[in-house]
Design a binder for this molecule. Sequence first.
Ligand code: ZN
Length: 322
Amino acid sequence: MQSPFDESENISLVEFIQRYPDEQSAIDFLERERWSDGVACPHCDSPRTTHLPKYNRHQCNACRKQFTVRTGTVFYNSRIPLHKWLYAMFLLHISRKGISSCQLAREIGVTQKSAWFMLQRIRESMDPGLEVLSGEIEIDETYVGGLEKNKHANRKLRREWKKGRQTVLGMRERDRDRIILRPIPNGLKSTIANDILMSIAKGSTVYSDESSSYAYVSLWYHHRTVNHQKGEYVRGRVTTNSIESVWAILKRAHKGIYHQWSHKHGYRYYNEIAYRLTEGSSDIPIMRRIRKLARRSFHVQLTYRELTGRTSPNVELVTENA
Ligand SMILES: [Zn+2]
């Protein structure tokens, strides 16, 4: 399975479409990424498989099950051709603020519902998983949603604003410039503590403001704070300016591109924003970034039912016999 292309290089969208013009070229690309050491059965891991060219499938000689490169991945149960999935990944990388399902639908010729579903699945692949930050880390919180004008209004409207918003915790590692964003249900301090413990290596140095949410941080980390209330934003290395710059990007995406999202799906949008800032640097050739995301997508499955709690005949889905 040799590729005629150097897949670590920078290419334009036009070249990308010329390279992967159809389902077969996309299958070849994904099979090379998934099975670089030879095809292995996704059901039982056996390397003893037979290719069935007539059906474009593989058969496992151990468990006898059939499979394709889609089996067990984000592409599973989708009727959308694989090259369109690759275009969606490409567009998500090159659009600096993200891409709406309406725009993606127009660009690649699928329904808006299908585009929404594709984007949610791709965002799921962008989850940082068990990634742990270390060294010097800035942390901060922001709120998404809720009418901003109610924020400073009377008590009743303020209550409404609090109800309609979602708290987001942001963590940014300085050394490798890696970012993790997590929604905090009901803004609970215990959830914030848990997410920090899961995402930051013990013994790291953590910079924050003086919010009471972080009172316990000094138990596990070297904790330094700036006092925003006294107008202090930078004191030597102690600052939260770089995680705060992420909030401007988050809010532009929320208002400008996605026109709000529901709290239920919020974490996937935060995944996407953190992913693009962390992995999306244009210094890294686009093909290398796409290959990395494709490899992540092999471990993620998300059904329409899981996403929405209902089945939808309107989405271009098909049951794959594998
Ligand atoms: Zn098998």
